[in-house]
Design a protein around this ligand. Sequence first.
Ligand SMILES: Cc1ncc(C[n+]2csc(CCOP(=O)(O)OP(=O)(O)O)c2C)c(N)n1
Length: 360
Amino acid sequence: MHINRADGTLDPSLDPGLSIDQLVSLYKAMVRTRVVDDRLERLQRQGRIAFHVGSMGEEAAIIGAAAALRDHDWIVPCYREVGALLWRGYPLQRYIDHMYGNAGDPVRGRQMPDHTFSREHRYLAVSAPIGTQIPHAVGMAMAAKKRGLDECVGVFFGDGATSSNDFHAAMNFAAVYQAPVLFLCRNNGYAISLPAERQTAVPRLSEKGAAYGVPALRVDGNDVLAVWKSVREGVRRATEGDGPTFVELATYRLGGHSTSDDPRAYRGDDEVERWRKADPLRRLRAHIERRDAWSEAMDADWRAACESEVRECVQRAEETPAAELGDLFTDVYAEPPWHLREQRAQCLDGPRAEGEEHEP
Ligand SMILES: Cc1ncc(C[n+]2csc(CCOP(=O)(O)OP(=O)(O)O)c2C)c(N)n1
């Protein structure tokens, strides 16, 4: 399914009727996420942060789905969905601090970069082993159902994760127990270097739903309207007691898998160029411009505003001291056991590399 055509006109039979203000907000959030991604990638190249896993090209799939979930529904991310967290109002400064692992990072450098979370924004912590977040999400959805809460859970994962054991267990359990969960599969074409068609034998990942009895559909993941409409329909089904929905969001990863990857080793420029023409930002912009709600000048202003916001956050993050060494041992036990107290003392005592003396 797609609704917003390449020329920016909508298919009237499918238009979900979002207001022009909602569409402009979605576009602005997508641009902001792109600007953040772009900046973080450059910071990694300059050696100022260690790692970044971005979402270039997948912004409509991520932000469109987040917008279709209600604010009190949980988002269970894969690792590429910080755009969804920012959409929910997570402070950009806190995210950038996390990317630096400094004293302002809520996990104080104890997690990999891009492994953020926020209970307040109902965004679960990233679970790095592929597919493990999918049964977590089903468990959360079951808990909400058992408690009689009007909540559902949207869980993101990639095409590669549909080949994991956890995907199988989660889909089966969710269908049997009618868990109020949305399986949001970002099919971006690759699992690092492995093309989707080489790791699974079905041409459409949505076909996997039939094996479990999970209603499934495939939509154009670069069309934010199609994403929004299909996810909102899944929310309706979940909250009316009709159980899970699988939505395959067909999209493309324009960047590398992460900053540790060089995609030129396994795919051609022509393929990337083809997908650049289907860029989700370009697509939504064509529509809002057609409705006279956006212009070249507004675009330049918004991008400049996002860039200066990111620049200020980066500057503040670089001025913020590193996390305390002793923080390695905090936030797990209310009363640290003796062996951790002992290890903490030994750690603070050194030894230290030259120039890295630490004041306990
Ligand atoms: C169990 C496990 N095996 C391998 C990895 C290394 N790994 C990290 S991301 C990734 C590819 C995942 O691809 P996909 O599910 O399509 O998501 P995408 O990165 O494309 O968003 C792999 C193999 C891992 N994190 N966990």
